[in-house]
Design a protein around this ligand. Structure first.
Ligand SMILES: C[S@@+](CC[C@H](N)C(=O)[O-])C[C@H]1O[C@@H](n2cnc3c(N)ncnc32)[C@H](O)[C@@H]1O
Length: 446
């Protein structure tokens, strides 16, 4: 019955294209001449793509041009991405709510409450979420766990969030009351959630006190970490950099010599399979993801616990996936920086290698697709139960949400829609777990 309902629902209400649909972005040819900045750029090659001609400079554009000018040369794409997303004054995430229909994109926890409820029931004391957005996933998770009084009482929630505006939304959505300083020596803010759980905010994972078993959740966090891109040229691998052209627009150039990120490139190339390596002319790497994985693994090895990483990505080398998304549309990467989200595919193979290299005390499981992950946690039973007790309007929203979460032709246990058309985040999004090896294999990965 449910299958039929879902079929009908699909044909009537095909969900919109998911947020980070992979697509190549074509742009106009770019300049190859020298810039107004008085340094020698004679050895720089400008790849023929992505030129942008701004009309008036925003604060962030002025800031980026200032760095390039005073540094005396172009900046890496990674530094550009980092400034665009998290610059403390004008970064994309810093001052606003970017999610939902009114925002620029939508993520799984915003699609349906079913996502958060399926995340399992951690039994450890420190529950950490990296980049919690509006706090929707954590609110769903706490609501689901609230039936287990002892467990919920043992939790201390830690949110790692760079955006003051989003911290405020998280405070609201977790229905937090009160605010106190957890320690006189730190400026960590701590409040109590609706369920009485202490909730603290931090800028970095390293700031969370160690010594307690820790569960770390990162949903669409790794894809926001700055990536660097390299291209193979006659002189070897060159990093793609962002420069200012003569007409004052941003443009891409290639580095004339090895850059600091080259060390990470060499590491990533070492992990590449021979068949991947042979065809490689371009590569995208994420040094911060490699470093963060090591921090996560250090914590889990010493304190116990595990990490769950869910994101869109691939289990192998990625050549060029960075995208800019504004109001649910793809836009030029260099266009009006700070007004669009930048995100890149997550290289799950690189996370696995970084974790395995960091410690022998952890096991890495997955990646598996989001559809498999939610399927083995029982999303189908949950949606069926929710459908028993709702209005027709609510049922429609549930069905649409279900297909967005598990769609893409790979919904386990149930037949999907007849057409072989991608309809959701079910396969594009992947889940990986890194667990202390004393804890066994987490259920969805068995
Ligand atoms: C794509 S959003 C995902 C939000 C949420 N997890 C979800 O799936 O709906 C990325 C989140 O990470 C935060 N963020 C991005 N870069 C960060 C950084 N370097 N440090 C801390 N938070 C960061 C953003 O402010 C935002 O909350």
């Amino acid at each position: 019955m449910l299958r039929r309902v879902l079929r009908q629902c699909y044909s009537l209400h095909r969900p919109t294209v998911p947020r980070r649909l992979y697509r190549r972005f074509c742009s106009s040819p770019s300049e190859t001449t020298a810039t107004t900045i008085s340094i020698d750029r004679s050895t720089l090659y400008n790849p023929p793509e992505h030129t942008h001609h701004p009309t008036s400079d925003s604060e962030l554009v002025k800031h980026l041009k200032g760095i390039i000018k005073f540094r005396g040369g172009p900046i890496s794409l990674g530094e550009y991405m980092s400034e665009v997303l998290t610059n403390p004054k004008a970064g994309y995430y810093i001052n606003r709510d970017v999610f939902g229909a009114e925002g620029d994109f939508i993520t799984s926890p915003e699609v349906s409450q079913m996502f958060g409820e399926q995340m399992g029931q951690p039994q450890r004391i420190n529950l950490v979420e990296l980049g919690p957005g509006r706090g929707t996933l954590m609110a769903d998770l706490l609501r689901g766990a609230s039936k287990f009084k002892n467990f919920i009482e043992s939790l201390h929630v830690h949110l790692v969030e760079c955006s003051p505006a989003l911290q405020k939304l998280q405070h609201q959505n977790l229905k937090c009351v009160g605010e106190e300083n957890a320690s006189q020596d730190t400026d960590v803010r701590t409040a109590r959630s609706l369920f009485g759980t202490p909730v603290s905010w931090h800028a970095m994972l390293e700031q969370i006190p160690s010594g307690l078993p820790t569960i770390i959740i990162a949903h669409e966090f790794f894809d926001a970490l700055p990536v660097h891109q390299f291209q193979k040229a006659s002189r070897g691998w060159c990093e793609k950099m962002v420069d200012v052209a003569e007409d004052s627009s941003f443009r891409f150039v290639l580095s004339p010599q090895p850059t600091p990120a080259t060390l990470y490139l060499l590491k990533r190339l070492k992990w590449a399979a021979p068949e991947e390596f042979a065809e490689l002319n371009q590569i995208e790497i994420c040094p911060q993801a490699m470093e963060l994985t090591q921090t996560i693994v250090d914590r889990i090895s010493s304190d116990g616990g595990g990490a769950l990483i869910i994101d869109y990505g691939m289990n192998g080398v990625i050549s060029n996936s960075l995208q800019a998304i504004r109001k649910h549309k793809f836009v030029n990467l260099l266009d009006n920086p700070g007004s669009a989200d930048l995100s890149a595919y997550v290289d799950f193979a690189s996370i696995r290698h970084s974790a395995e290299e960091a410690s022998g005390e952890v096991c890495v499981h997955g990646p598996i697709t989001q559809s498999q992950f939610l399927g083995s946690l029982g999303i189908n039973f949950r949606v069926e139960a929710l459908l028993q007790n709702c209005t027709e309007e609510q049922a429609e929203t549930l069905r649409t949400g279900y297909w967005k979460l598990v769609g893409d032709g790979e919904a386990p246990f149930w037949e999907g829609p007849d057409q072989d058309v991608p309809i959701g985040m079910g396969t594009r999004y992947q889940a990986m777990a890194i667990v202390n090896k004393n804890h066994g294999v987490p259920v969805p990965f068995q």
